[in-house]
Design a binder for this molecule. Structure first.
Ligand SMILES: C[S@@+](CC[C@H](N)C(=O)[O-])C[C@H]1O[C@@H](n2cnc3c(N)ncnc32)[C@H](O)[C@@H]1O
Length: 248
């Protein structure tokens, strides 16, 4: 097994592949006024598809769920089938950097914890062409909550240098010509309940089993660091949801 296989074994079965919860998905969705009765939605970096299924339920519309990993595409399909809404979801296994759709083909572009694979500004700029005039974009993105975070946590986040304050992210949204519709910081429970608690359980499960396998121990060590950072410094960072509208 290679490193990616251990990574997928550890993370691939979690309820979510990043912080979030259905209440936050619903809160962001409820900010979108004047949607058609059955909106068309693009969900970028859908992961296991918890928010995909929630969007299908909330909107009554259709979702194109896109992810790079075949394992995630399989999971989003299963999740939609379990929810009885498989007929309203189309899956695409693709790199979001390469994605191409007809201009103005979606009422909503959605991405929870994934737009950073293109970059916040670059990603928001790229997806604008796919949104109908007057349509919406909603993304969740890493943000600093407090000024002057301790050096240890700043160093940890250097792997993701785009983390910034909510105000800076909002300035990007405005600069790109979107209307800022609303934003909110995710609650701590959206990190723990569906992501870090199940992850910590899986770390404990695999620790004895993977002892002595260098690639596996490396994956476990990274997960432990991430969990430790959150335990120590959760008040300094989180994800925030940003909901914006393309001008008509
Ligand atoms: C942090 S997870 C978030 C998943 C899901 N939205 C959630 O909140 O549970 C990021 C997702 O983006 C996918 N991903 C990473 N790089 C990608 C790329 N270049 N193109 C498409 N998807 C990508 C990963 O496979 C993963 O499922």
């Amino acid at each position: 097994m290679e490193r990616i296989d251990f990574f997928l074994e550890l993370y691939g079965a979690l309820p979510r592949a990043g912080p979030g919860d259905n209440a936050s998905t619903g809160r962001a969705f409820s900010m979108m006024k004047g949607l058609p009765p059955t909106p068309t939605i693009l969900d970028i970096g859908c992961g296991p598809g918890m928010q995909t299924v929630e969007l299908l339920r909330l909107s009554g519309g259709t979702v194109v769920a896109l992810d790079l990993l075949p394992q995630m595409i399989a999971r989003v399909k299963e999740a939609a089938e379990r929810a009885g809404s498989a007929d309203r979801v189309e899956t695409i296994q693709a790199d979001m950097n390469e994605m191409a759709f007809e201009p103005a083909s979606f009422d909503i572009v959605w991405s929870e914890g994934a737009i950073y694979f293109i970059g916040f500004e670059k990603g928001l700029e790229k997806v604008r062409q796919f949104v109908k005039p007057g349509g919406y974009v909603a993304v969740s993105e890493a943000v600093w909550l407090e000024p002057d975070p301790p050096e240890e946590v700043v160093e940890f986040w250097q792997a993701y240098p785009e983390i910034d304050t909510v105000e800076s992210k909002l300035r990007v949204v405005s600069r790109l010509g979107y209307e800022n519709v609303g934003h909110f910081v995710l609650p701590t429970s959206s990190w723990t309940e569906l992501y870090y608690e199940p992850l910590a359980n899986r770390v404990s499960k695999y620790e004895p089993e993977w002892k002595g396998i260098a690639e596996a121990e490396d994956v476990l060590a990274e997960a432990r660091t991430e969990l430790d950072m959150f335990a120590k410094y959760a008040r300094y960072y989180s994800y925030a949801f940003f909901v914006m509208r393309k001008q008509s």
